[in-house]
Design a protein around this ligand. Structure first.
Ligand code: ATP
Ligand code: MG
Length: 365
């Protein structure tokens, strides 16, 4: 097991710079998820940790030792990719033991480790099968088994579940998390799926265009997104972001650009007079009420457990999410209020969250 420290890590391909100075300190035994849109540099960063990609600048340490120039095979890391790339002509047991065989590990030791990994992953009944006779989820587990038998200091995963169907993905997500709780091996897991990030991570690193936007626990990031980008990226349906400003003669009212007045449940701290702001509100913060702000229903999507609604407020469409069943149809007008203290305010100029004041000024590390 080992900690991992990335200090001012940069990567360029020729003159093209793709990672612009990333700092992340990963604790021993931590489960870190790198999340962000396609092309933001997640795989590049992971491959630099693995030693599969050179580091253009900065300092990478694993277990307190600088490893910038240490070859991949000397880093004691096991990596699981999206494509499992199992050897089709080898059995499950042979696939799992292959890297140990290359290293010259004794037959007995290989057998022992493969058995132990197969037990952890519930693969014992399949050890003599070939990969083509396995389901996608079982193949995925063999790929993890191959990593586990190496007993590495660090696990790296790059979108390991993207090839699986939705149901299996949820099941494997739980399995990987459970495995981590059992083995406590430092893990860096890459995904572009914010639900995977939220459910699996001890801490999430949100990336965008080669920089880190925010690092925090899933709930810190959900409750206190540092930027409008993070606010819009984490959460499904996405947070509503409405542009406008604090009403000059009524500091507890946010006035959207299309003229709708939304009452604020806290004083908006450091916003300057007339400053252009972005008001963020999550879909689940809306409550239907007899009195309140009117909204016109555009789309109703019942999922069974909850009802998603798109409604028009002024000129803007907003997402609302109700846990209870509601009898509304497109074209209806509802009135809504908001749960207390559910709002987020950002500077429109910088996209950064306004410092919070008063009772909710808790800062995270
Ligand atoms: N060998 C390369 N040469 C030039 N540019 C590259 C190379 N590899 C990656 N890039 C660029 O680096 C950027 C980051 O790529 P990377 O694969 O790390 O993204 P990602 O976040 O993993 O995306 P995805 O979610 O699509 O896998 C992209 O703009 C990509 O085009
Ligand atoms: Mg990638």
């Amino acid at each position: 097991m080992a900690s991992i420290a990335l200090h001012n890590i940069r990567k360029s391909y020729g003159t093209l710079s793709v990672i612009h100075g990333v700092d992340v300190d990963i604790e021993d035994g931590e489960f870190i998820v790198l999340v962000g849109p396609s092309g933001c540099g997640k795989s590049t960063l992971l491959r630099m940790i693995a030693g599969l990609e050179t580091i253009s600048d900065g300092r990478l340490s694993i277990g307190g030792r600088m490893v910038n120039d240490l070859p991949s095979k000397e880093r004691d890391i096991a990596m699981v990719f999206q494509s499992y790339a199992l050897y089709p002509h080898l059995t499950v047991a042979e696939n799992m033991g292959f890297s140990l065989k290359l290293r010259g590990t004794s037959k007995d030791e290989i057998g022992r480790r493969v058995q132990s990994a197969a037990k952890i992953l519930a693969l014992e009944p399949y050890l003599d099968r070939h990969p083509r006779h396995l389901s996608g989820g079982q193949r995925q587990r063999v790929a993890m088994g191959r990593a586990i038998v190496r007993d590495p200091e660090v696990f790296l995963f790059d979108e390991p579940l993207s090839n699986l169907d939705a149901k299996l993905r949820v099941a494997m997500r739980a399995e990987i998390k459970e495995l981590h709780q059992r083995l406590k091996i430092t893990t860096v897991y890459v995904t572009h799926d914010q639900t995977e990030a939220m459910t699996m991570a001890d801490r999430i690193v949100v990336m965008r265009d080669g920089i880190v936007e925010q690092i925090g626990t899933p709930l810190e990031i959900y409750d206190h997104p540092a930027t409008t980008f993070v606010a819009g990226f984490i959460g499904m349906p996405a947070m509503n972001l409405l542009q406008g400003r604090i009403q000059a003669d009524a500091p507890s009212i946010f006035r959207t650009n299309s003229g709708v007045a939304i009452p604020l449940s806290r004083h908006p701290g450091t916003a300057g007079p007339g400053e252009e702001l972005i008001y963020g509100i999550r879909p689940e913060q809306f409550l239907i009420a007899d009195q309140g702000t009117p909204a016109k229903i555009v789309v109703v999507e019942p999922t069974g457990a909850e009802t998603q609604v798109v409604a028009q407020i002024g000129e803007e469409n907003v997402n609302m999410l109700f846990r209870e069943r509601i009898a509304v149809r497109p074209g209806d007008t509802i009135r809504f209020t908001l749960r207390a203290a559910g709002e987020h305010l950002f500077s429109a100029a910088t996209g950064r969250r306004l410092p919070e004041v008063g009772a909710r000024s808790r800062r995270f590390p």
